[in-house]
Design a protein around this ligand. Structure first.
Ligand code: HEM
Length: 451
């Protein structure tokens, strides 16, 4: 019974400090690569207080994503559980996970999302009118966070604007800062502030649940109005409510976080890419101008228009391949198992990083080159894992596709831009973050349409 090669380092600390430092310096890929060179594709270390085995490659992805949940279960830091609640989807496994995921997917599936294209388009146009029009310089990352938060707020919890949304923006910002922190609840720590914000958000969401339920008793609601209304209307095969109020609140909070932070990173990376790569910019501009020309002035985009934005989506996928917003994930080992001749013991954790598979030249020829043609043909399964895979694959994939395409459509048709600091790079905290927010100089391309 052989353990994988590698070192567990100092007790408790292990390699955590060195790994977090590499994340902040944006050298985490090299950090992993150095160890793969030294030990091979499977090796051990100690991360965040736990013995950890790192696996890499397409076969390892398939193994992890399809592994029986009696062997590997989702593992999130304790801080995430305390902040998002015990009943959030990330904490559940087996039948419980299937039930809650089924309820969330009933809202996030393409047949339902096609009804939101117009609503998203309306919000995105308004965003550009309010925050970009008339400006010469903007900070792309904070603006993309505002945009994606407002869309989530409207479609997930049904709050369109006003004082309640302003309070929620502040509270979610406070919550996210402590979501990955040492879970010690002392006053003034990141974790304690995050926990306070989470309690206040939960109270607001519980009030919304009660309001919606009372309104539904008066008059049946359109279930696709927002996620909360949808989940309240959902019944299981025995005609009982599919999710408890606690489950609705925990999962609404989780989806708000999972959805807005990831898409805002992707959009910011696309803004940087399009400023730096003229050929890609020209390809996207041509595709988006063609879509715009086929529409009457002020006419909203439709699902079919988005299906025509094939090149733009290939560019977004290539961006996710080169820089996956979610760097690595963890699973907890529930019982000893063997993998490639090594034993991986119960109580340890398994981690993997999408970027390691994304740089495999047998899957993506010339992998360090940014080339949207990598996605011209169907790619092998478990090779692009920016959205995960298997039973836990990101249920927000389509949502992210719609929001990204509509935003890029308006951005490219309304503005040209250049970076204020062309050489700027990001650090990971753990998502890519630009110190200056990615400042850009913008110029209007055509007058902003007002509907
Ligand atoms: C560019 C955008 C996005 C990226 C890159 C992304 C990435 C991911 C990844 C890698 C996972 C799997 C993590 C694991 O296996 O441990 C995941 C799961 C998840 N994502 Fe996303 N995501 C994005 C957008 C969204 C959106 C828009 C939503 C919601 C509207 C969402 C909701 C979720 C949820 C609820 C899970 C947990 C699924 C489960 O455990 O069954 N994500 N996401």
């Amino acid at each position: 019974r052989r353990l994988p090669p590698g070192s567990l380092g100092l007790p408790i600390i292990g390699q955590s400090i060195s790994f977090l430092h590499a994340m902040r310096e944006n050298t985490a890929e090299q950090w992993l690569q150095n160890r793969i060179r030294k030990y091979g594709p499977i090796w051990k270390m100690s991360l965040f207080g736990k013995p950890t085995v790192f696996l890499s490659g397409q076969a390892a992805n398939k193994f992890i994503y399809t592994c029986d949940c009696s062997i590997l279960v989702n593992q999130k830091p304790l801080s995430v559980r305390r902040i998002c609640g015990d009943r959030n989807i990330l904490e559940l496994s087996g039948l419980e996970h299937k039930r809650v995921r089924g309820a969330l997917v009933s809202f996030l599936k393409p047949e339902v999302l096609r009804q939101y294209v117009r609503k998203m388009d309306e919000r995105i146009r308004k965003h550009f009118e309010m925050h970009w029009h008339g400006k010469q310089k903007v900070s792309a990352m904070p603006l993309m966070k505002i945009l994606t938060f407002n869309i989530m707020s409207s479609l997930i919890i049904g709050i369109e604007g006003g004082a309640k949304r302003d309070v929620l923006v502040e509270l979610f910002q406070q919550l996210i800062k402590g979501a990955l922190s040492v879970p010690i609840n002392f006053p003034f720590t990141r974790f304690s502030r995050s926990l306070q914000a989470s309690r206040k958000i939960r109270m607001i969401i519980m009030d919304l649940i009660h309001e919606r339920r009372a309104a539904q008793k008066q008059q049946p609601a359109f279930p696709q109005q927002d996620l909360i209304t949808g989940l309240l209307s959902l019944r299981n095969e025995d005609f009982l409510v599919a999710l408890s109020d606690e489950e609705i609140a925990d999962n609404a909070i989780t989806i708000m976080i999972a959805g807005h932070d990831t898409i805002s990173v992707l959009l910011t990376l696309l803004i940087r890419l399009l400023a730096n790569d003229q050929a890609v910019y020209a390809g996207i501009a041509q595709e988006q101008e063609e879509v715009a020309k086929s529409k009457a002035s002020g006419e909203f985009l439709t699902w079919d228009d988005l299906a025509r934005m094939k090149y733009t989506w290939r560019v977004a996928l290539e961006c996710l391949r080169m820089t996956p917003p979610v760097f690595n994930s963890f699973r907890k080992v529930l019982k000893d198992f063997e993998y490639e001749g090594y034993v991986i013991p119960k109580g340890w954790q398994v981690t993997w990083a999408a970027c390691m598979t994304h740089m495999d030249e047998s899957l993506f020829p010339d992998p360090t080159k940014f080339d949207p043609n990598h996605f011209e043909k169907k790619i092998p399964p478990y090779s692009l894992v920016a959205f995960g895979g298997g039973a836990r694959i990101c249920p927000g994939y389509e949502f992210a596709r719609l929001e990204t395409l509509i935003t890029i459509h308006h951005l490219v048709n309304k503005f040209t831009w250049k970076l204020c600091c062309p050489g700027i790079n990001f650090s990971r905290d753990p998502m890519p973050t630009f110190k200056d927010g990615l400042e850009i100089e913008i110029k209007p391309k055509i007058p902003v349409e007002v509907n």
